[in-house]
Ligand binder design. Structure first.
Ligand code: PRX
Length: 655
């Protein structure tokens, strides 16, 4: 993290919006952006109310704009009635019924084009199917699917009938799935036999069966899509094939009109302590954030083919796969598999084959593909691309420049978008026709987003390049509404620190440069960012400690070439410490164990065994010291308070 701060400090390259891009952009210059921003600053609520009236189709218009009577559970447009699926599908049918909504490509090369009319029909049929299973407005439905159009159909169908979905990333383990099902007390799981990823079949149904084999009593039905054709177990009475459920269902389904604040979805995300928290999002405010950012940041228009590579299991796959593009009537691409199958040219081949014009991915993917060499992208015609985007972690300037030069042909702006599961949509990001970009900076807050960098007392830090807490000073429509079933945790995590000022605490450190550009410097807590995905240190540590041989564990991150950060685990065993602190077979076993408990992304890359962990007098693990050790840096911290200073040598692997 420190090295990143230093390298970005030296970054002074400025890339103006290309004239050709700006000329056709929705927000074509800085004046247009400043005018919007000014309007929002003068009348925050009025600005958002106007956006909500313009961008959303209402069943019952709202009178109330922002209601803070239940703060920090802020409510937007609360007396209005709406349906998200209606806004994503029905309202396009007259003009865009035949337009392609989804272009799908499977990892094995199968492709499908689904029009708005077809998508609408399938969503309605599936929605009717869910109703026939007894799913009603307010029920929770867990979706554990591969990246196939049916994942979006399932999400949209839930939205259509007012059921609250909780998508669990297909890479998560049975254990993680079980925790999420139980926390949400879900009624139905929608899954598939398997999905194709990395040349293998990911056996989703088997994992779901395992999750359900012990607990998950709230589950009544399991809907199974046939995708990979692998053998699966089938429990009659509980399990039902997707195709059977769809059979004979009516092709229309009147949307269930819900209040603006109705919970559209829960999405579990890591914090520094305890189990993942169910981030709760609203219907109208959330969708408004998705639409405004699709237009401002992605400058989406009718001719675009929009490709966000994120899995629907992450918030990016919610806002910029399942909802945002459809709400804008756009054509979007979905790809099932890994970027390196059959080789590192796959993404670029897909861009060429399907004329992708807007491409949005994570720095970790960019770094991996950059490493694979220029020869891969150079085999393909990437001239259809007009805009590039990144999300998930700070992008290092080297990767930014490669993306700009090799993928964007020096003609495409790059939008580096800062946001979070909790914010629902982009918060700090350039409008590509209006804002000059700097490699590594997410640039400026969007209109109506009161982002600031403050000191511990909540005072705005005016001095350029001085780090501080990233906060949002005013509520915004797509903001998190709560942590499912845990109001206290919601308050403690996001609102407690700046309670008097009522600022939202993002949990990131940031600085602003002389031009007011934001630079994200990393997390303020113990959250790891592996390949752009958030993992709590506690989650990984609890997983390790759950192993019968492990007494105690501490994990920290260290910089990693491709993943951004990788996990380094320090482990104390119940028995003898292995000779020299290294035990390859036990390391392998514990890595697999963590993979089983959480998912492959949580497997530690490094592991070292010691007799003890370094702790302060009050018993807190000295994470900063462990981080220094994991990075192989010289120790400058005071270690004199350690019970056993010899431990440091063990942790360093020197004894
Ligand atoms: O630390 C920030 C980092 O990712 C965190 C949010 O993670 P998650 O909720 O999983 O959502 C990721 C996709 C929105 C943030 O607190 N982060 C996200 N985008 C950026 C970023 N860090 C730097 N630059 C970004 N563009």
């Amino acid at each position: 993290m420190d090295t990143n701060i230093q390298s970005t400090l030296q970054e002074d390259r400025l890339f103006q919006p290309p004239a050709k891009f700006a000329a056709q952009a929705r927000i074509p210059n800085r004046e247009a952006l400043d005018a919007l921003r000014e309007k929002a600053e003068q009348d925050h609520e009025g600005f958002w109310a106007e956006q909500a009236r313009e961008e959303l189709d209402w069943h019952t218009p709202f009178e109330s704009v922002l209601d803070d009577s239940k703060a920090p559970r802020y409510q937007w447009f609360a007396d209005g009635k709406i349906n998200v699926s209606h806004n994503c599908l029905d309202r396009h049918l007259a003009q865009r019924g035949d337009k392609t909504a989804i272009v799908f490509e499977g990892e094995q090369g199968d492709t499908r084009h689904i029009s708005y009319a077809e998508l609408h029909r399938d969503v309605c049929r599936f929605a009717n199917g869910l109703k026939s299973l007894g799913v009603a407005s307010g029920d929770r439905v867990v979706i554990y699917m591969p990246m196939v159009p049916e994942a979006v159909i399932a999400m949209q169908a839930c939205a259509r009938i007012g059921a609250t979905h909780s998508v669990v990333f297909g890479g998560f383990s049975a254990e993680a799935l079980k925790d999420r099902i139980e926390n949400a007390a879900a009624k139905v799981v929608i899954t598939a036999d398997g999905g194709h990823r990395g040349g293998k079949v990911v056996e989703l149904k088997a994992a779901a069966d395992q999750a359900l084999s012990n607990g998950c009593d709230s589950i009544e039905k399991v809907v199974v899509l046939k995708r990979a054709g692998n053998d699966i177990g089938f429990q009659p009475g509980r399990d039902i094939w997707w195709s059977e459920l769809m059979e004979g269902q009516a092709e229309t389904c009147e949307p269930t009109w819900v209040g603006s604040e109705h919970p559209l979805f829960l999405l579990y995300t890591s914090g520094s302590t305890g189990k993942p928290k169910g981030i709760e999002h609203s219907s109208a405010g959330y969708l408004l954030g998705a639409i405004t950012t699709m237009k401002w940041v992605f400058d989406i228009n009718d001719n675009d083919v929009f490709w966000c590579t994120a899995d629907v299991g992450w918030v990016t796959g919610h806002t910029y796969v399942a909802y945002g593009p459809l709400a804008c009537g756009a054509t979007m691409l979905m790809y099932e598999g890994a970027p390196t199958v059959p080789d590192a040219g796959r993404f670029w081949k897909i861009c060429e084959d399907h004329n992708v014009s807007i491409f949005y991915t994570a720095p970790t993917a960019i770094r991996a593909l950059m490493k694979a060499g220029d020869a891969f992208p150079q085999q393909y015609d990437l001239s259809s691309i007009r805009l590039l985007g990144t999300v998930g972690e700070p992008i290092n300037p080297e990767a930014w420049m490669w993306y700009h030069r090799v993928i964007g042909g020096e003609r495409c702006p790059i939008v580096d978008t800062w946001w979070q599961t909790e914010t629902g949509a982009h918060m700090i990001a350039p409008m590509p026709g209006a804002v000059a970009t700097k490699p590594g900076s997410c640039t400026l807050p969007l209109p109506g987003i009161a982002a600031d960098v403050v000191d511990a007392d909540g005072n705005s830090i005016e001095q350029p390049n001085q780090g501080g807490f990233l906060v949002i000073r005013k509520p915004w429509p797509s903001m998190v509404r709560g942590v499912w079933g845990d109001d206290q945790r919601f308050y403690d995590t996001y609102w407690k620190q700046f309670d008097t000022q009522k600022f939202y605490l993002a949990g990131d450190n940031a600085r602003r440069d002389e031009d007011g550009y934001f630079w994200i410097m990393g997390r303020i807590d113990d959250v790891l960012n592996v390949s752009g995905h958030r993992l709590g240190t506690m989650e990984v540590e609890s997983a390790l400690v759950a192993h019968p041989l492990v007494a105690e564990a501490a994990v920290v991150s260290r910089p990693h070439d491709i993943k951004g950060e990788s996990i380094f685990a320090f482990v104390v065993l119940r028995g003898e410490r292995p000779e020299g602190g290294i035990d390859k077979s036990l390391t392998r076993e514990l890595r697999e164990w963590v993979g089983k408990q959480i998912g492959a992304i949580a497997k530690p890359d490094d592991m070292r065994f010691a007799d003890n962990l370094p702790k302060t007098r009050s018993g807190k693990i000295m994470r900063r010291l462990l981080r220094t050790i994991a990075c192989g840096e010289e120790i400058t911290q005071d270690t004199s308070t350690l019970e056993n200073e010899g431990i440091v040598l063990q942790l360093q692997g020197k004894a």
